[in-house]
Ligand binder design. Sequence first.
Ligand code: NAP
Ligand code: GLV
Length: 309
Amino acid sequence: MAIVIIRQDTKIDLWKKALLAANSKLEVYSYLEEHPKDRITMAIIWKHPVGSLDVYPNLKCIASAGAGVDYIFEDPTRPKNIPITRIVDPYLASDMSEHVLAVILAHLKNLNTYKLKQVENVWKPMEYQRIKDVAVGILGLGELGALTASDLSSVGFKVQGWSRTKKKIDNVKTYSGQDELSEFLQSAQILVCLLPLTPQTEGILNKALLSQLPKNAYVINVARGGHLVDGDLIMLLDNGHLSGACLDVYHIEPLPKAHPFWNHKKVHMTPHYASVSDTNSVIPQILENYNRLETGQELQHQVDMEKGY
Ligand code: NAP
Ligand code: GLV
């Protein structure tokens, strides 16, 4: 049994060292080095190159190094009968919750606009909003959305959330399904997207949905770029329906330099780093699954192949 790490960023060595630090007896390879393909039973991947997964005849688990798995379903060459696992981790959830809180407070207290004014040498006091007066709506009440919702509620926001199936979260008003989406949207002054990207949620942040938010609503997309119809957002920012947006994720990452988001005064961008898997925190759950593979036990945090998340 052996592990291969497949990712196109600069973190292969970091992951390899962290896996070996957790268990020095592991046989771990980078997909870029010479390695015995028939020994690989687990592939730990993040945004792998298309075609890099179907070369392992004994592969038994595709372990996403993050929470999202949309990029795996997008690869038509992936072996279809191999279970996919994903990361469910307290830091991944709390880092996201902290990011969303920071973005909301920066918006309510005009910090982004003040920075723009500062570079223009302009002194311009602006009205700010209080937490208790603001209703935040969260699309997706899973591992990240549910914690974000309850954390925002504990600091005093009015919080509502929407999911596929009905949820119960203390002090959070919950909605579910298409039938309740419009009612959920009507009062969401700040909309946070924490849905997985699936055929059902692709393009969900479009003109029809965003127009149902109250005037001056603010949109935060920390899920996937594919949820957003970029042109619809720009139109609703430019016509004054929306007051602004903070985006962490994009259709193409890094976002091409010519994209209008870069220079849009109402768009605040972060580079897909709202919440990142912490190797020390997530490697134990991946190795637990590796042991489970060896002993034939059911894998933890398996993705539902039908639902795609
Ligand atoms: P999760 O636990 O699978 O939760 C997904 C939530 O979305 C669930 O509440 C689910 O409802 C709901 N949902 C799915 N499809 C829906 C639909 N068609 N209509 C309504 N609700 C739907 O996922 P998670 O771990 O919270 O992660 C969410 C996403 O965050 C990831 O997929 C990833 O794209 C993104 N993410 C981004 C970053 C970043 O740094 N920007 C970091 C980590 C994750 P049910 O429970 O009722 O099925
Ligand atoms: C990050 O985007 C993740 O899905 O973990």
